[in-house]
Design a protein around this ligand. Structure first.
Ligand SMILES: Nc1ncnc2c1ncn2[C@@H]1O[C@H](COP(=O)(O)OP(=O)(O)O)[C@@H](O)[C@H]1O
Ligand SMILES: [Mg+2]
Length: 238
């Protein structure tokens, strides 16, 4: 049976992905600050809304109000779908801060998954964004335990939520990794890496589909632009 694809709505990307992401799976959008992760993620949610699929956007480093304002700057309206109950913008930083500093430092991934599942059921969401994933990772002393937690979190979200999920991950400027803990990329079904590159005098935004399970992708790195009203628009390979 052909697997259902979820179009991202990003011009040029769905063609590269043979129609889109695999329904119900989780993906990582990785990149340094300012590379376009939040723009791409917001666009993915808006495409869902356009298709009648409700969405949840979990904004961790940025206040949801800022997300709405930034989207407005791109010509996108996130306020109306929120008012209509089609989009939930969650600011979970207070929750996770209290978890981290409180006695319950050993929060397990299941608690997070159960909380998210409630939010998903409430509006029957089909698309979810966690921007970025790192703060969702509860503090652990040992790297092995952190990895175990991330594994449980991502697999639990895949198995229980019925959403197609984008996680964003920070890459520290100038470092070669794809994620904070160096394990997220192994757990997800696909990784899209965003960069700012300088082939000549000027920086260019680039997108590279690094990993995409079940999908034949070419290994070109594509230039892209962020365009008012259209968001991420893929251009030629660089
Ligand atoms: N209306 C716009 N037109 C073109 N580019 C924009 C517009 N609004 C924001 N940008 C660009 O998008 C970048 C922000 O991307 P963002 O998605 O927030 O990155 P990240 O989440 O990776 O930090 C900004 O640095 C800015 O250059
Ligand atoms: Mg961002």
């Amino acid at each position: 049976m052909a697997r259902v694809r979820v179009p991202t709505g990003i011009e040029g990307l769905d063609e590269l992905l043979q129609g889109g992401l695999l329904q119900g799976k989780s993906y990582l959008i990785s990149g340094e600050p300012g590379t376009g992760k939040t723009t791409l993620a917001a666009q993915y949610i808006l495409e869902g809304l356009r298709r009648g699929e409700n969405g949840i956007y979990i904004s961790i480093d940025e206040k949801p109000a800022h997300l709405v304002e930034d989207a407005e700057g791109l010509g996108w309206d996130l306020r109306t779908p929120v008012d209509e109950g089609k989009l939930t913008l969650l600011d979970v930083s207070p929750y996770f801060n209290s978890v981290k500093t409180g006695k319950s430092g050993s929060i397990d991934a299941n608690e997070v998954i159960q909380d998210l599942a409630k939010q998903v059921r409430r509006i029957n969401a089909k698309r979810m964004v966690v921007d970025p994933i790192a703060p969702l990772v509860a503090h652990r002393e040992r790297l092995y335990d952190v990895q175990e937690y991330i594994r449980n979190l991502i697999f639990g979200i895949d198995d229980n939520l019925g959403c197609t999920t984008l996680f964003t991950s920070h890459v520290r400027p100038g470092t070669p990794g794809l994620s904070e803990y160096g394990i997220e990329e192994f757990m997800v079904s696909g990784v899209i890496s965003l960069r700012l590159v300088k082939p000549e005098k000027k920086y260019v935004r680039s997108l590279f589909v690094r990993k995409m399970r079940g999908t034949a992708t070419d290994l070109s790195e594509y230039a892209f632009e962020i365009v008012h009203g259209r968001g991420v628009v893929i251009r030629q390979p660089i």
